[in-house]
Write a protein that binds this ligand. Structure first.
Ligand SMILES: [Zn+2]
Length: 212
């Protein structure tokens, strides 16, 4: 039997508590037992959070948030982009699994963002990927024209999580409806790969107008 659906507030608290344990080196590793594996296989999944994050090997979600099997619906792709496939997967989590918290999680020193900030030439499939991040980098450049290098990268990483949330809302009527109906909360965060801590950025500042 699936557990009762957890609220977005409770879900965020679990993520924040798990990340605090991870940062302090006092992890508990919950839900990693054979019993958890067997019960989730038998009864199905009801992950309390869906997280769009980078494929970067330094951002392992279950470790970063000190969680285990069946807890996090993880969507990991370079540059934490909200592609159609990612958006469709997110819709599945929200509409069919009852997940009530969605996080778009950027991270420091992201290679995808760094390549764009540095103007590295890419082609074919990587260029398609880069094209989904480039508007965020352009926006960061325009807003912070005095910045370059690591300082610009830091702003571009934040701008990219906002841009991906905008893409998500624009492309998904189901997610917009779910946010309006308080069935899901969509928030942003940035993970520091050195300190291990997540900085929570909250809801998109223009969420209300994006939902129209
Ligand atoms: Zn990355």
């Amino acid at each position: 039997m699936k557990r009762a659906t957890m609220s977005a507030e409770e879900a965020l608290q679990l993520l924040a508590e798990g990340n605090a344990r991870f940062t302090l080196g006092s992890t508990e590793g919950p839900h990693r037992t054979p019993e958890q594996r067997i019960s989730t296989a038998r009864d199905g999944q009801s992950p309390f959070a869906a997280i769009v994050s980078c494929a970067d090997s330094r951002v392992p979600l279950e470790l970063v948030f000190d969680r285990g099997i069946g807890d996090i619906f993880g969507l990991r792709v370079a540059g934490n982009i909200c592609s159609r496939a990612v958006i469709g997967s997110l819709e599945y989590a929200v509409m069919h699994l009852g997940t009530r918290l969605a996080v778009v999680l950027g991270h420091t020193r992201c290679g995808a963002l760094t390549a764009l900030v540095d103007g590295v030439q890419v082609d074919e499939n990587v260029a398609l990927l880069a094209g989904r991040i480039a508007p965020a980098v352009d926006r960061a450049r325009a807003r912070f024209s005095c910045l370059a290098g690591p300082a610009l990268l830091e702003e571009a990483i934040k701008e990219n999580v906002w841009f991906q949330i905008e893409t998500l809302f624009e492309a998904s009527r189901h997610i917009r409806d779910a946010v309006r109906g308080s069935r899901v909360n969509v928030i942003a965060g940035v993970y520091d790969i050195e300190r291990g801590a997540v900085t929570w950025l909250g809801n998109h500042p223009d969420e209300q107008s994006l939902l129209r």
